[in-house]
Design a protein around this ligand. Sequence first.
Ligand code: ZN
Length: 463
Amino acid sequence: MTTAHEPAPVARIVIDNAHIATVDPGDTEFTSGHVVVAGNRIEAVGAGPAPEVPGAVRRIDASGHLLTPGLVNTHHHFYQWLTRGFAQQAILFDWLVELYPTWARIDDELCHAAAQGSAAALLTSGCTTAADHAYVFPRGAGDILGAEIAAVAELGLRFHPTRGSMDRSRKDGGLPPDNAVETTDEALAATEAAIDRWHDPSFGSMLRIAAAPCSPFSVSTELMRESAVLARRKGVRLHTHGSETLEEERYCRELFKMGPTDYFESVGWLGDDVWIAHSVHMGDSDIAKFAATGTGVATCPSSNARLAAGVARVPDLLRAGVRVGLGVDGSASNEAGELATELRNLLLLNRVAWGADALTARQALRVATLGGAQVLGRDREIGSIEPGKLADLALWRMDGLRHAGIADKVAALVLGAAAPLTLLLVNGVPVVENDRLTRADEDTIARDVATAAATLARRAGLT
Ligand code: ZN
């Protein structure tokens, strides 16, 4: 007999008959297997049909489907969703100089729309956890990070926003205009306040903050050093851009008399609580330092191609034991903002640069799932399909026009056309069904984005 004090039975979702790529330590795959989700956790995974379980509220026949861990995005700039299609033929520094004045006009309302657009593109492309590197906080622009966090929570994405910062403007030899930066003290105080307000370190957390000064050419050495001290005092991770372009390398050598990796080392920025976006121009000694210190990399192949930055040495990074995750980067240098198609670009660009055996389809999937989880410090919780882990799962349809007949379903996902997404679970909750968001209206988001982009362009004097 049920009493008022007894907990309610755990709701279960049973997925049967799927090809399952678990991305567990042995890379186990089941050609026809099952997963049982109980609440927000994976309860069981195995070959054949699922056992009878109590309290199953939903059973899914996943014949013709591939089930993977949800994809993890390790680098993004959500606010850039409103400045897509600008500076179409520029390298990084010229692109930044063209875009900074527009970015200096953002506010919290515009960032809410941008975050919904960015999060919608990620979710509908199989992403269940995303980092975001917010680093533009104009004076009087309102609660930008709060607006982003609210926007993402509405859609149901597991979120790792960073409180970024810039304090080195033109007058101090940096790249951004003076009205786009904060003072060192303002940036540090706001970063600490963001951690105190939002950071949730618990198992299964839907929201974790990191400290993220933007880049060597927009941040003072003092802010780099003090951010590392702050992050370690608070127990949060550190994130920034590094070794993205040859121009950045030259800038570092002129100003700091050393390359980006040695600079990071000199300010306390190598460690297993640090992940760096791009790491394209890395020598063997740079890679060895990342491996020895556990420093992670967010590789962003489409953005690096869009800005003609180069191709990161992903095979060498992986061989050296560096933790590598995948990132779409900001939407102003990757207009698609989709993570699943980034798998293909990761593999193709590394093949072009480093040869036919550079990466396998399964290595690409591992980078985009468990690799990202490692980079964000979440690999005990997400990134593979194993009992006890959180139920962040992507169910891809592989028997439709574009994929039917490709026997290897992992190859079909990585090498083939963008795959339809039948179901995406984040924390056990269906947030995408049949390619549509379940918790927000996509047409409304598109309308809000168009309005916000037009407002920003008007404010910046572009229209
Ligand atoms: Zn970036």
